[in-house]
Design a protein around this ligand. Structure first.
Ligand code: ZN
Length: 429
């Protein structure tokens, strides 16, 4: 039960009652006495149930099942300013309550989105309905976790984080969020090695019903082949949050580490993989296995110098960047709408989609990074240095960094000021 506190209390009470009956019967059996039935009376003035808006259903279908038709329906619709019957997501769950014996429900509640809860209540007599929108008061906690890579980031987080800390979908979201922070720094599909560690300090949100979800990432440390790479969230004067390393340099660089977003590569490709692909003579580059149609990003700002069919590359895009660097993206199924030679593209812009054109045995992206015409392994220096924190914000950053560092790696900080609530499964194996 993920929401509907009242409903879950009823479930719990029912389960408890059943458990007591079993226990009573068992006790009686073992003492060979005649079982005495304990009267367990559960009474409620209401019937309560959950109803789900089905596919191709309308709000009126749910309301009809709740007895809200005719004049009641008109009164209900008049009272709501929030429910838009034309824009309702199938799967939306309505908690319905009806006085026992009544034909018409007198209360209907629905979670509109993660932040808001709507309650429609029927007033007595002919007074119609009222609408109340409640903000769901998610509480925020700071938690840290450490994961050790065995095969990939997903599995490492999955193994390190129990459901009670974050449910599985939120663990996946955490993997995506970490990869986004390190988009310019770490290619999580191939840079990590078994034994590398990921440490992260997050905000975790919890609703009154006990749901848990991921808030912001505040700080992280990823050890790539034994070398630590830090990320500290710091709010810029314009209100946007950027991530900076331990020396105050932005994690944003001239080049992304990978042309595919980590969250767009299915989890089974999350590990380092060795594709069994026909090697073609001129093959020099990096192959990314991904589903057909996965968006391909320009890894840096530049100008399109080629967009068309090119032998074994199939559909190929080439982009010219600063400092004599070019990037190539091969085997594409198609190009982004209107993409043409001479066009200026920006970093992260979608330029095409993964395919299997040219000499290719399955959908994948062939990516090349050429320095002065030679295909090379992109080096950190080619990506440029990140912009440092502006000097007038330097001392503010240092304070924020020290605080976050202390929370991220509490064991490494000498006794100091209290750091607030820091808890969570910190595995140190
Ligand atoms: Zn290739």
């Amino acid at each position: 039960m993920t929401w509907g506190g009242r409903g879950s209390h009823y479930v719990a009470a029912g389960a408890l009652a059943a458990g007591m009956l079993v226990w009573a019967a068992h006790a009686a059996w073992s003492s060979r006495e005649i079982p005495v039935a304990l009267p367990i009376v559960v009474t409620s003035a209401y019937d309560e149930w959950a109803d789900t808006l089905g596919r191709r259903e309308m709000l009126s279908d749910v309301l009809e099942r709740a007895g809200i038709t005719g004049r009641e329906y008109v009164g209900f619709m008049k009272a709501t300013h929030t429910l838009n019957p034309r824009r309702m997501q199938p799967g939306l769950i309505f908690e319905v309550r009806r006085v026992k014996g009544a034909a018409v429900a007198n209360r209907l509640a629905v979670r509109l989105d993660p932040e808001r809860h709507l309650v429609m209540a029927r007033l007595g007599g002919d007074s119609g309905w009222t609408e109340t929108v409640q903000n769901i008061p998610w509480t925020t906690e700071r938690l840290r976790t450490t994961a050790v890579i065995q095969s990939n980031l997903y599995d490492a987080l999955d193994a390190a984080i129990p459901d009670s800390f974050l449910p599985v979908r939120q663990r996946v979201a955490l993997a995506w969020a970490i990869a986004d922070v390190y988009d310019w720094e770490v290619d999580f599909t191939r840079d990590l090695r078994p034994g590398d560690r990921v440490e992260v300090l997050i905000e975790r949100l919890q609703s009154p019903e006990g749901e848990k979800r991921l808030g912001r990432i505040l700080a992280a440390r990823v050890d790539v082949a034994g070398t630590p790479s830090f990320a500290f969230a710091f709010e810029n004067p314009n209100g946007s949050t950027g991530f900076y390393d331990d020396r105050g340099r932005s994690l944003r660089r001239a080049f992304l580490r990978a042309p595919l977003r980590f969250s767009h590569i299915s989890s089974r490709f999350g590990s380092r993989f060795h594709p069994i692909l026909k090697r073609w003579r001129t093959h020099e580059g990096t192959d990314y296995a991904a589903s057909y149609g996965t968006p391909v990003r320009a890894t840096a700002d530049g100008i399109v110098t080629e967009a068309g069919r090119n032998g074994g590359y199939g559909n190929l895009i080439e982009i010219r960047h600063a400092n004599g660097i070019r990037t190539r993206y091969g085997h594409l199924s198609k190009f982004a709408n209107g993409l043409h030679v001479g066009q200026r593209v920006s970093q992260e812009q979608t330029i095409g989609f993964v395919g299997s054109t040219g000499l290719s045995t399955g959908p994948h992206l062939h990516y090349e990074f050429l320095v002065n015409g030679r295909a090379t392994n992109p080096q950190r220096k080619d990506a440029g240095a990140g912009e440092p924190v502006p000097s007038k914000l330097r001392s503010a950053f240092e304070v924020a960094r020290a605080q976050l560092f202390g929370e991220l790696e509490p064991g490494l900080v000498p006794a100091g000021p209290a750091l607030g609530s820091v808890a969570g499964p910190a595995r140190d194996d």
